[in-house]
Write a protein that binds this ligand. Structure first.
Ligand code: NAI
Length: 340
C-alpha cells in the first residue's frame, strides 16, 4: 500500500505538541517540513526541539524554534515525539528520560526500524509507536519538500495504544512531507532487514568487487587515472543508477552498446552466485535476524570503542590499491580528497 497527501488528515495534530528530539540530518529537515506543512494547512500545533547544548541546538534556535535541554519536561508536554538522534544513542536517552516521562496516549515516531525491531526501547504500554523512515538523507528530505517533489518513505504502526495509530502515522508522515511522493506501508522488521542487508551484504560485495577489480586491472597495466575515471569519477555509474530508477534495472541496458549489453547480461546470467548467496544467507540469518550484529554493535557503543574501531577500519580501507590510487589521481586533478 502507498499513502498520499489525500489519505492523511493533518487536522489530527491540531492543537498538539510535537517534540523533535535531535536536530541533526533528519531532525532539522523533518522539523522544518512539519512547520511548513502546518502553515500551508493553516493548522495550529506547537513544535518543540529538545537537544543537548551543542551546535545543533544553536541551529534550531537560529531557525526560530523553541529549544530545551529539559528532556523530561518537554516529553511530559508532548503528544508526538520524533526520536531523531543516532540509533546507537537512542536506547540510553529514551529509556532513562523519555519513556518514563511520556503522557498516556502519546506517539513515539522513529525514522529507522532498528531499535524497535531489536526491542531496545522501553516504550510504555499506553503509547503508540509508529515509524516514518525516509529513504533519503536529511538535506534531500528538506530540498525535495521545498521543490514540491517529495521523497520515498517507509511508514508503519508498531504499537497501537489509542486505536487510531494508523491515522496518526499518516498525519505525521504528511507533516514531514513523506506522503507527497507516496509513503510506502512497511514495518520496523522489513526496514531493518532491508537496510542492514544492504549495508552488511550487498554494499560490502560491491566495495570488495571494485577493490579487487582495481587491483587486477592495475596489475595488467591499467593506469590509476583510467581506472578511477572508468569506475566512478566520470559519474557514469551514478547515471546508470539514475536510469535504473527511470527505466528499470534491466531495461536501462538499452542505453549501452550491444557489446556492453551482451557482456553484462551474459556475464550476470552465467555467474554461479552460490558463493555470495551462501554468505548473504548467513548475514541475513545470523547477523541480522538473530541479532548478532546488534549485540556486537551495542557492546562497542557501551564500551566506548565504536569510534576507535571505525577509525581502524577506515585506516585499513585507506591502504587498498584503489584508495591509494584515487588519492594520487585526486591530487593530480587538484580535487580535494575526502569530505572533511
Ligand atoms: P544525526 O547524527 O544527524 O544526529 C545528530 C543529533 O543527535 C544532534 O541533534 C545531536 O545533538 C543529537 N545527539 C547526538 N548524540 C546524542 C546523545 N548522546 N544524546 C542526545 N542527543 C544526541 O542523526 P540522523 O542521521 O539524523 O539520524 C536520526 C535518525 O534518523 C536515526 O534513527 C537514523 O537511522 C534515521 N535516518 C537517518 C538518515 C540519514 O540520512 N542520516 C536517513 C533515514 C533515517
Amino acid at each position: 500500500n502507498i499513502f498520499y497527501d489525500d489519505d492523511a488528515d493533518i487536522s489530527l495534530v491540531k492543537g498538539k505538541t510535537i517534540l523533535f528530539i535531535g536536530y541533526g540530518n533528519q531532525g532539522r529537515a523533518q522539523a522544518l517540513n512539519f512547520r511548513d506543512t502546518l502553515k500551508y494547512a493553516k493548522t495550529d500545533a506547537t513544535i518543540l526541539i529538545a537537544n543537548l547544548k551543542d551546535s545543533y541546538a544553536a541551529r534550531a534556535h537560529e531557525d526560530g524554534f523553541e529549544v530545551t535541554q529539559d528532556w523530561a519536561k518537554a516529553t511530559a508536554l508532548a503528544d508526538v515525539i520524533f526520536l531523531l538522534i543516532p540509533d546507537q544513542v537512542q536506547p540510553k536517552l529514551f529509556n532513562s528520560k523519555i519513556g518514563p516521562s511520556m503522557k498516556p496516549g502519546a506517539t513515539v515516531v522513529v525514522a529507522s526500524g532498528y531499535n524497535v525491531f531489536y526491542k531496545l526501547l522501553d516504550v510504555p504500554k499506553g503509547a503508540n509507536v509508529v515509524m516514518a523512515a525516509p529513504r533519503m538523507i536529511g538535506t534531500s528530505v528538506r530540498s525535495r519538500f521545498v521543490s514540491n517533489a517529495g521523497y520515498p518513505c517507509f511508514v508503519s504502526v508498531e504499537q497501537d495504544a489509542t486505536g487510531n495509530a494508523h491515522e496518526l502515522a499518516l498525519a505525521i508522515s504528511r507533516g514531514i512531507g513523506a506522503t507527497k511522493a507516496g509513503a510506502i506501508e512497511s514495518s520496523a522488521r522489513e526496514e531493518t532487514l532491508i537496510d542492514l542487508f544492504a549495508e552488511q551484504a550487498l554494499w560490502p560485495t560491491v566495495i570488495n568487487a571494485f577493490t579487487e577489480a582495481y587491483k587486477l586491472l592495475r596489475a595488467n597495466g591499467c593506469s590509476d587515472e583510467a581506472l578511477v575515471h572508468e569506475l566512478y569519477y566520470s559519474m557514469e555509474p551514478a547515471e546508470i543508477f539514475e536510469k535504473c530508477a527511470e527505466d528499470g534495472f534491466v531495461k536501462q541496458l538499452v542505453y549501452h552498446s550491444k557489446v556492453s549489453q551482451f557482456g553484462q547480461l551474459n556475464g550476470a546470467l552465467s555467474l554461479d552466485g552460490s558463493e555470495f548467496v551462501s554468505r548473504f544467507q548467513k548475514v541475513l540469518k545470523h547477523q541480522i535476524i538473530e541479532g548478532e550484529f546488534m549485540r556486537n554493535f551495542s557492546k562497542m557503543e557501551k564500551a566506548g570503542t565504536l569510534d576507535k574501531e571505525l577509525e581502524s577500519l577506515f585506516e585499513r580501507a585507506g591502504k587498498t590499491e584503489l584508495a591509494l590510487g584515487e588519492k594520487l589521481v585526486f591530487e593530480r586533478l587538484g580535487h580535494s580528497y575526502g569530505a572533511a
